[in-house]
Design a protein around this ligand. Structure first.
Ligand code: FE2
Length: 380
């Protein structure tokens, strides 16, 4: 006999509205949602919100658990579990772990460690140690000399669920203005201006030599395996046209209003960083996520480098933009990223879907995660 669990006295955020009521969970699924009091007594949510478990497509936070200090490599399984716990406590129940391939001045391609990391996640999954459903997002720095070799190697050995195509050449896209690039990389590395100029020349040469050929090969690799493709830092209408022609489904962090508007109109889901929302702008001086939300072209938020920002970002959007609606804001961190990556069994509080949900208490304006369920099992 299946056990039914009822959660009552909650503000339930569905894709279309927020209602005062209750939710019934059964066999790992959402069985029923109702308004007012439930037919049978349930656990009292004390008026807190119930939201779908969040879906995160682009986080590199695993790296900071693997390498908590420069030159320190932490035990892979321990790092994976600490990361998993932090992701879950941030209200995220499905995460795309982002790993970078292609050497970059920003350093570390994950290729050398990819096997060990994938093994750590897999062994944790097999022992039922994970709180969150983990997927893999392969981030490809397309102008790097070694990117095709590394991506081919990984795709031959591991399951990959999302591929993004990045070009961080100074003077292009995210760093259209090379002085912004110098501040970003110079600040990280402490390099002299002369050294940075040399790097810029080398990177531009790599772009000219590799960009078009590598991009074509990576698109073909993804298509041959049916893997969803994302563009990254699209800036011009030409970038968007190229993305549309390549069958890209998701635009990560477009840097201008025109690129975002054109992507959205072409049916390419526009994803922006939640830290950008919370901080009130882009750390690279590009278009703000809030501007795109106000223009009606923000589809997805990603926590990027701060897991807790995903939930905060959704509530901030709903708070700041009159008429946007909490349900629509929550869709940007649950339903929309699910659908963009072909996961149609989750991402909303709707009967029949996976019972991935979170209880959120408001501490003033700050949303606080109190409980998390995955497949109707408490994981936080
Ligand atoms: Fe970028």
């Amino acid at each position: 006999m299946s056990e039914t669990r009822v959660l009552e006295n909650a503000k339930i955020v569905t894709p279309d509205e927020v209602l005062d009521g209750w939710i019934g969970l059964s066999d790992g699924r959402i069985a029923e949602i109702g308004t007012g009091r439930p037919p049978e007594r349930g656990a009292d949510m004390a008026g807190d919100y119930l939201l779908p478990g969040l879906v995160e497509l682009h986080t590199d936070h695993l790296e900071s658990h693997l390498s908590p200090r420069p030159k320190v490599r932490w035990n892979h399984l321990s790092a994976a579990l600490a990361y998993d716990a932090q992701i879950a406590a941030s209200g995220i129940t499905t995460v795309f772990d982002s790993l970078r391939v292609g050497s970059d001045v920003d350093g570390r391609s994950a290729t050398g460690e990819f096997g060990a990391i994938a093994e750590a996640i897999e062994s944790a999954r097999a022992s039922n140690l994970l709180r969150v459903d983990h997927r893999t997002h392969l981030r490809c720095e397309i102008c790097a000399s070694d990117v095709i070799e590394e991506a081919t190697h990984i795709l031959g050995q591991f399951r990959v669920d999302l591929i993004s195509l990045m070009d961080h050449t100074p003077g292009a896209r995210q760093f259209r203005d090379t002085s912004t690039w110098k501040i970003y990389y110079g600040g990280k590395s402490g390099s002299t201006d002369e050294h940075l100029e040399t790097i810029i020349r080398d990177r531009v040469a790599l772009h000219q030599a590799n960009h078009d050929r590598h991009r074509g090969e990576l698109v073909a690799l993804a298509k041959s395996r049916g893997i969803v493709l994302a563009s990254h830092d699209d800036t011009t209408l030409a970038h968007v046209a190229e993305s549309a022609a390549d069958g890209i489904r998701l635009a990560e962090f477009p840097t201008t209003v025109e690129a975002a508007v054109a992507s959205h109109a072409a049916g390419i889901q526009v994803m922006m960083g939640a830290p950008n929302v919370v901080r009130g702008g882009s750390h690279s001086g590009n278009v703000s996520a809030e501007t795109l939300a106000r223009a009606g072209v923000l589809d997805i938020l990603s926590s990027d480098y701060v897991p807790a920002s995903l939930l905060m970002g959704a509530f901030e959007i709903a708070n700041r933009i009159e008429g946007f609606g909490l349900n629509r804001a929550v869709n940007t961190v649950s339903l929309n990223p699910s659908l963009a990556t072909g996961l149609d069994d989750r991402g909303a509080l709707r009967a029949g879907l996976k019972a991935d949900l979170i209880r959120v208490h408001m501490a003033g304006r700050l949303p606080v995660v109190r409980e998390v369920w995955r497949d109707a099992q408490r994981v936080i």
